[in-house]
Design a protein around this ligand. Structure first.
Ligand SMILES: [Zn+2]
Length: 300
C-alpha cells in the first residue's frame, strides 16, 4: 500500500536590508530594496525551498522559520540570477543539507551577478551579504519530484532579467513566479533597455497565464496581499502598460518616479522604481553611453 501525501505551501517574506547611511531617493526617503518572498513547498517529510534571499541576517531568519516546519529540505530552487533571490542559498543549503537547483540559463546569470558584486551588491549592501559561490545544478527535464508530486521548472525567457523561470506545482494550482509576476511592489524595469522594451516580459507573463494557476507566489510582494493568480497577472500587465505610457509622457526620471508613485502610492520598493527610472531615462538621454554601466549606476 502506498500512501499519497498532500502538498502544502508556506511563504516567508524577508524585508529588505536598511542601512542608516544609505543615500536618499528624490522624495527624501532612504534607499533600501524590495521584500523577497521564499516559498516552502512541503510534503509529509520532505520539502523544497525557493529563492532564499541574500543577506546573512535574512538567511538566519528564513532558516529558523524553515527549521520550525520540521521537514527535510531536499532542494533549494532559484528562479533567476538576481542576487537578492539567492546569495543566501549556500548558507541555507549547508544548514539543511540541500542541493541548490536552477536552469542552465539562470546559472549563467548567477555567475554574472557574482561578478557584479564589487560594483553593485557589495556597494549597495556593504558587509551584509555572505560569500556566495555558485553551486546550483540543473535537473533532468527541468523537473523536481516531492513525494511523488511534480514540481516543474518552466523557462519563460526575459522578464525583469534574462533567462528567468517559474516553478509550477500542478497539484497545488500554484506558480512560484520569481520576478515574472509582482504583487504590490514596484517592478524592476531597468534591464528592459537591453531587450528593446517590455514586450519580452509580456510574453513571459503569457507563459505563466497559460499554466492557469489559481495561486501565484510573487518574488517581490507586500505580505498583506493575497496570492490570487488572476489579480497579480492583471496588475503586472497593467503596471507594464502604465510604465510604457508614462515613459512616453514624462520628461525626466524624477517626473516618471513621481508620476508612478502617484499611480501606486501603496507599492513597496521605491528604490526599485528609482533604479528603473534611471535606467530608462539614462539610456534614452545618453545614446552613446555604456548601457550596462547606466543600469548599474541607477542602483547606487
Ligand atoms: Zn527580484
Amino acid at each position: 500500500m502506498s500512501t499519497v501525501t498532500t502538498l502544502t505551501y508556506d511563504v516567508f517574506v524577508s524585508d529588505p536590508p536598511q542601512k542608516a547611511d544609505a543615500p536618499l531617493l528624490p522624495n527624501g526617503e532612504r534607499k533600501g530594496g524590495s521584500p523577497v518572498a521564499s516559498t516552502l513547498i512541503s510534503g509529509a517529510e520532505d520539502a523544497v525551498l525557493t529563492d532564499p534571499a541574500f543577506t546573512s541576517d535574512q538567511a538566519q531568519a528564513l532558516g529558523d522559520w524553515v527549521a520550525g516546519k520540521d521537514r527535510n529540505v531536499t532542494e533549494i530552487f532559484v528562479t533567476h540570477g538576481h542576487g537578492d533571490h539567492w546569495f543566501a542559498a549556500g548558507v541555507l543549503a549547508e544548514r539543511f543539507g540541500a542541493r541548490v537547483v536552477a536552469t542552465e540559463g539562470s546559472i549563467a546569470q548567477m555567475h554574472a551577478n557574482v561578478a557584479a558584486r564589487p560594483f553593485l551588491w557589495d556597494k549597495a549592501y556593504a558587509g551584509l551579504i555572505p560569500p556566495a559561490p555558485v553551486t546550483a545544478v540543473t535537473v533532468p527535464d527541468n523537473r523536481l519530484t516531492l513525494e511523488g508530486h511534480d514540481l516543474v521548472i518552466v523557462e519563460v525567457g526575459h522578464s525583469d532579467t534574462d533567462d528567468t523561470t517559474v516553478l509550477h506545482v500542478p497539484d497545488l494550482d500554484l506558480v512560484v513566479s520569481g520576478d515574472v509576476i509582482y504583487n504590490g511592489a514596484h517592478l524592476y524595469l531597468g534591464e528592459s533597455v537591453l531587450v528593446g522594451g517590455l514586450d519580452p516580459w509580456r510574453r513571459a507573463i503569457d507563459k505563466v497565464a497559460a499554466l492557469e494557476p489559481r495561486h501565484i507566489v510573487c518574488g517581490h510582494q507586500n505580505r498583506e496581499l493575497d496570492d490570487d493568480a488572476d489579480r497579480t497577472i492583471a496588475e503586472t500587465r497593467q503596471y507594464l502598460d502604465e510604465a510604457d505610457e508614462l515613459f512616453r509622457t514624462e520628461p525626466t526620471a524624477v517626473a516618471f518616479f513621481n508620476a508612478m508613485i502617484e499611480l501606486y502610492p501603496n507599492h513597496l520598493a521605491r528604490t526599485v522604481l528609482w533604479a528603473s527610472a534611471n535606467a530608462l531615462y539614462g539610456v534614452r538621454d545618453n545614446p552613446d553611453g555604456d548601457v550596462r554601466e547606466i543600469i548599474l549606476a541607477g542602483w547606487l
